[in-house]
Design a protein around this ligand. Sequence first.
Ligand SMILES: Nc1ncnc2c1ncn2[C@@H]1O[C@H](COP(=O)(O)OP(=O)(O)OP(=O)(O)O)[C@@H](O)[C@H]1O
Length: 254
Amino acid sequence: MTLRIDGVSVALGGRTVVDAVDLEVADGQVVGLVGPNGSGKSTVLRCVYRALRPDSGGIRVDGTDLATVSVAHSARIIAALTQDNRSELDFTVAEMVALGRSPHRPRGALTDEDRRICREAMEAMDVAGLAERGVLGLSGGERQRVLVARALAQRPQLLVLDEPTNHLDLRHQLGLLKLLRRTGLAVLTVLHDLNLAAGACDVVAVLSGGRIVATGTPAEVLTPGLIREVFGVEATVVAHPDTGVPQLLYSLTP
Ligand SMILES: Nc1ncnc2c1ncn2[C@@H]1O[C@H](COP(=O)(O)OP(=O)(O)OP(=O)(O)O)[C@@H](O)[C@H]1O
């Protein structure tokens, strides 16, 4: 699936927080949205997973205006991991992941195929061993992995992820980002760690003050000048010795 965000603007609390954003995610592409706190990243994502309606501009999936697609259909094709994902209900992990199948089985019971898909998603996120645990008793990282498993169990065409590596230890951060590349899905993900973004994303888009200020490959975008201008931080950019991917070094010396 191809996602096109065309001139999307959003005002919240009387202020424009997303300003004429254009962004495209091609089929099989991982696109990282980065930028300082409050730059509008989550707001862009909320428009894509339809928690918010843009004030102007439009969003197209495979050329069709998302606003004209039924909510039931978009729930089948778009899976979202949001930042605001605390559950009040003590589902088991297996039940929580099975919720990912509900857009495909609105009333029916799970089929053997659904159970197989859920098991695969739990194994991919290393939570199969937690299947009978209640989600309220999980650690932050365990819960985050369960929620990614639920999104994978949805078998969407587009994955929209808001800081998916939040709370994850290093092994699980790297595992998740490698998995995203393997899914072959269109992926739009907010990431704060620019080094992870550089390694995991085909394209990085930088938001600053609600506007896209750079879009391109990690090597094109993640330059010392841009990091200084957007984040107010001095960074040295080196090429990873094995992959050539740009990696940022920071000095903590006062
Ligand atoms: N409901 C709201 N009412 C008023 N302002 C809002 C509302 N929701 C978000 N904002 C503001 O919109 C701006 C963009 O918020 P958003 O959550 O999209 O930023 P972000 O780039 O995802 O930030 P972070 O990196 O901190 O998660 C922020 O200044 C935020 O305070």
